[in-house]
Ligand binder design. Structure first.
Ligand SMILES: [Zn+2]
Length: 230
């Protein structure tokens, strides 16, 4: 059941102006994101599908999965995609203390840094909290460590087994517009819906003249966060 709306309401974005919900742009660009990988076979399927449309995306990876599947993580990087931190253990922020939460993020960031080589310093450090939830103290601390917190504009609900394939697709194509940040998952649970919806989303928006971009080197994002461009 969809409790949180597929489209994030504007008033929610206004409550949390320090988080990135979408890119402020009139350009025909979409920002697809994939959470919870790398996952054997599924992430490679996503990479192959994106490549067909010359699409770039952002992968919010779980540190534990990067550690288990370094080859897949490297294929994400070699594909020119952006990567972000999604904690090491997919922690529920509201269930753990801030030190524990931040340590989990740092452990993941060390893996990202080790794999990213010379380009690392020039890229934004992106973080998305699992479940989109964390304590205010945690979010402040994460930002003070230089992370840009990315939430979303559109939820596909691909992970929800009670949401049909058609609804998952509809959640995206009826709501995503210029600058939208769209959430998918390269996970086993989401795969039936993802496999159906992703090619159709790519096809639909390509035909409308959209391109698909990663968030890490995004100029508009730098403009949106003034302190980053200084
Ligand atoms: Zn997640």
């Amino acid at each position: 059941m969809q409790i949180i709306p597929a489209k994030t309401p504007d008033f929610v974005k206004t409550w949390f102006p320090n988080f990135i919900w979408n890119i402020n742009t009139k350009k025909k660009e979409l920002y697809l994101t994939f959470d919870d990988g790398p996952t054997p076979e599924i992430t490679d399927w996503v990479l192959k599908t994106l490549k067909t449309y010359n699409a770039k995306a952002t992968f919010f990876c779980i540190g534990n999965n990067i550690e288990k599947h370094p080859d897949i993580f490297n294929r994400i990087l070699n594909g020119g995609h952006s990567v972000g931190n999604h904690t090491f253990n997919h922690l529920k922020g509201w269930r753990c203390n801030t030190d524990e939460y931040v340590e989990d993020i740092k452990k993941t960031q060390a893996l990202i840094r080790a794999a990213t080589s010379a380009d690392y310093a020039s890229h934004l450090k992106l973080f998305r909290p699992p479940y989109g939830k964390f304590k205010a103290k945690q979010s402040k601390q994460i930002q003070s460590l230089g992370y840009t917190i990315i939430l979303w504009d559109v939820l596909s609900y691909d992970w929800d087994v009670t949401v049909s394939k058609a609804s998952c697709l509809k959640n995206v194509i009826t709501t995503a517009k210029e600058g939208s940040i769209v959430v998918f998952h390269d996970s086993v649970k989401a795969f039936p819906n993802l496999k159906y919806a992703l090619p159709k989303v790519l096809d639909n928006y390509s035909k409308k003249g959209f391109s698909f971009k990663g968030l890490q080197q995004n100029r508009d994002l730098l403009i949106q966060i003034p302190e980053l461009s200084q």
